[in-house]
Design a protein around this ligand. Structure first.
Ligand code: ATP
Ligand code: MG
Length: 584
């Protein structure tokens, strides 16, 4: 339904100044344009203008979810702990989970996501292959006690999400459901007027086999992505840097023929100095000369990763190489068992190989001559440690362990990868049987055999989409809404005069336009300056100004927010001009 409003009757408390804590344009503009207000850290209220945009995005999503046969439901935000115990995620989810108790001391959380609740629902009410495939979705507030809520609704502790879940008889069916979602997401994000990229992603807390993220490209994005922009490369490779594969540029590796001769291995006293930075300063050696030794726990036993001091470990690569489901940094006891020393002094020479499951080294280590590493002894490090002479690792265990860095090459075409910042607006996961197995979601096939249901889950941060759209579409004066998600289509600006003529004209135009368009009529008793400023700030695509020009020449001024184009026209031609401009 088209909804038009008069500003005197619309709660839109605009502000002249940016809120102090706002760091990025979307946060500043959403507060200043009266879309949102902060209640507490990471918790926001949506006011009429803001909620109207959220609803526009919601409707675009709903349409595409329905088009792939999704059925809308609403689940409870309050979730009993018992369900999270079944999936073994209550502890694993960590401090982001907001926990509470009822009056009878039963424990609950405020849902950060709904895999547990939906799997419970489906395990109870779906029994037969005849009920599959099934896709259910909902729109709901999610709660996550983010470690660093910031950027307004972009990283909030309470935020609005569309989450959908697919249930299939087999892997093949699940892949089809996954693909349908990916295609629906493409329509949704381009339908919202966003420039986005689809990238391979890590599965993280949700788990499962593989996953993609939809990233709105923007300088202020918190994620970093890599892309292959070589037009001749068929791969169109793109990935979150958390996950990215790469090929090393051989021309950038320090020459293997480096003249540096292996020097004598020295055990050096480094009392209380543990991190690469500290030891680097203490010994006056650059971090790239260091071997960082990281020890992880896995279900199969400790896994050790060796990487260069100035590089970052890609935990996903380590997990994949070790073929383990989950890894987490080892505790003090494990470190002591593996190295014989407290944390901070681990190194590859003299690690107790029979106490670990596997050891891997990043390929870059082979190029370091006379490296520095921990000595596996409290308060000692080794200088001049060299591969081959002082420590050995199977050739096949030299792998790509570090995260992708600038200068790395596309794994398919070997041309340099491009780095970009992105805002993650959507995420798709192929879960497989992760939840159906632990929570007993089965169906009986036509042959009477019981099988586990294969699941996928798919999220869109609806409120984050709104913020991301503003990040991509704004200028120094305010928001420039893409047409499809603009809160109104036309802003009618009345510049009042002593007589009543302009008001009468506006009344007439408002009546006519609001039959086909959503119009916001600025009928306030304010100066033209205030009205123009607010119009620019709110960013409605078309402004129709009725002022002195009308009295003098009988013409209205139409201004388009995106192109700043101004057109003067008679009232009769108004809709024609607006429609023409839309098609440009
Ligand atoms: P992030 O890496 O940004 O924390 P996530 O991987 O935890 O995201 P999912 O669990 O996949 O996110 O949630 C689905 C979608 O919900 C995300 O793609 C994102 O658009 C949105 N989202 C996640 N966390 C927040 C948040 N704190 N505030 C607003 N939106 C969020
Ligand atoms: Mg998160």
């Amino acid at each position: 339904m088209k909804e038009s409003r008069k500003l005197t009757n619309f709660f839109i408390p605009t502000l002249k100044e940016d809120p102090k804590e706002a760091e990025i344009p979307s946060h500043k503009l959403m507060v200043r344009s009266g879309m949102i207000r902060k209640l507490a850290s990471g918790i926001y209220e949506f006011l009429p203008l803001g909620w109207k945009v959220v609803k526009k995005v919601e409707n675009i999503i709903r349409q595409e979810m329905n088009a792939i046969d999704g059925q809308e439901i609403v689940m409870s935000a309050l979730q009993p702990k018992s369900l999270w115990d079944e999936s073994d995620r209550w502890e694993k989810y960590g401090p982001e989970l907001i926990q509470l108790k009822d009056r009878k001391d039963r424990r609950f959380c405020l849902g950060p996501t709904h895999e547990e609740v939906i799997t419970h629902l489906v395990s109870t009410d779906v029994n037969s292959y005849k009920q599959l495939p099934l896709t259910l979705y909902q729109f709901q507030m999610k709660f996550r006690d983010e470690i660093r809520p910031r950027f307004g609704v972009m990283r909030a502790r309470e935020f609005y999400m569309k989450d959908s879940y697919s249930f299939d008889k087999d892997e093949d069916g699940c892949r089809k459901s996954y693909q349908k979602h990916v295609e629906a997401y493409r329509k949704i994000f381009s339908g919202c007027g966003l420039k986005y990229r689809e990238v391979e992603a890590a599965t993280g807390n949700i788990g499962g086999h593989y996953s993609h993220e939809f990233m709105v490209t923007a300088e202020t994005g918190e994620d970093e992505i890599v892309l292959c922009e070589n037009k001749d490369c068929k791969s169109k490779y793109s990935s979150n840097t958390e996950k990215a594969e790469y090929r090393r540029d051989p021309s950038r590796a320090p020459s293997k023929k480096s003249k540096e001769k292996p020097a004598e291995l020295k055990k050096t006293h480094t009392p209380g100095v543990r991190t690469v930075e500290e030891v680097s300063e203490f010994l006056n050696e650059p971090p790239e000369k260091f071997i960082k030794t990281l020890i992880y726990n896995s279900k199969k036993g400790p896994v050790v990763a060796l990487i260069r001091g100035d590089h970052e470990l890609n935990e996903n690569h380590l997990r994949d190489c070790a073929k383990v489901d989950d890894i987490e940094l080892a505790d003090k006891e494990t470190i002591k068992e593996v190295t014989g020393a407290p944390p901070g002094f681990a190194g590859p020479a003299g690690i107790k190989k029979d106490s670990i499951y596997k050891i891997f080294a990043d390929k870059a280590l082979k190029d370091i001559k006379n490296a520095v590493s921990g000595a596996n002894k409290k308060d000692y490090h080794l200088k001049n440690i060299n591969y081959g002479r002082d420590y050995k690792i199977d050739e096949s265990n030299f792998v790509n362990l570090r995260k992708v860095i600038k200068g790395d090459l596309c794994p398919y075409c070997s041309k340099p990868l491009t780095f970009k910042k992105g805002i993650e607006v959507g995420h798709t996961f192929l879960l497989g049987t992760k939840y159906s197995k632990s929570m007993g979601a089965h169906y009986t096939g036509p042959d009477g055999i019981q099988k586990e249901i294969i699941m996928g889950c798919y999220g869109i941060g609806v409120t984050r989409v709104v913020a991301a759209a503003i990040e991509q579409c704004h200028d120094k004066n305010g928001i420039i809404w893409p047409d499809s998600i603009a809160p109104f289509e036309i802003m009618l600006i009345e510049l009042s005069d002593e007589s009543n003529i302009i008001n009468e004209i506006c009344n007439d135009i408002y009546g006519r336009l609001s039959k086909t368009y959503e119009v916001l009529w600025d009928n306030r008793d304010e100066s033209p300056g205030v009205k123009f400023k607010d119009a620019q700030l709110i960013g409605i695509p078309v402004e129709v100004v009725v002022g002195r020009n009308f009295i003098k020449e009988g013409k209205l001024e139409i201004q388009f927010r995106k192109s700043s184009r101004k057109i003067f026209t008679e009232p009769e031609k108004l809709t024609e001009v607006i429609e023409n401009e839309k098609n440009i």
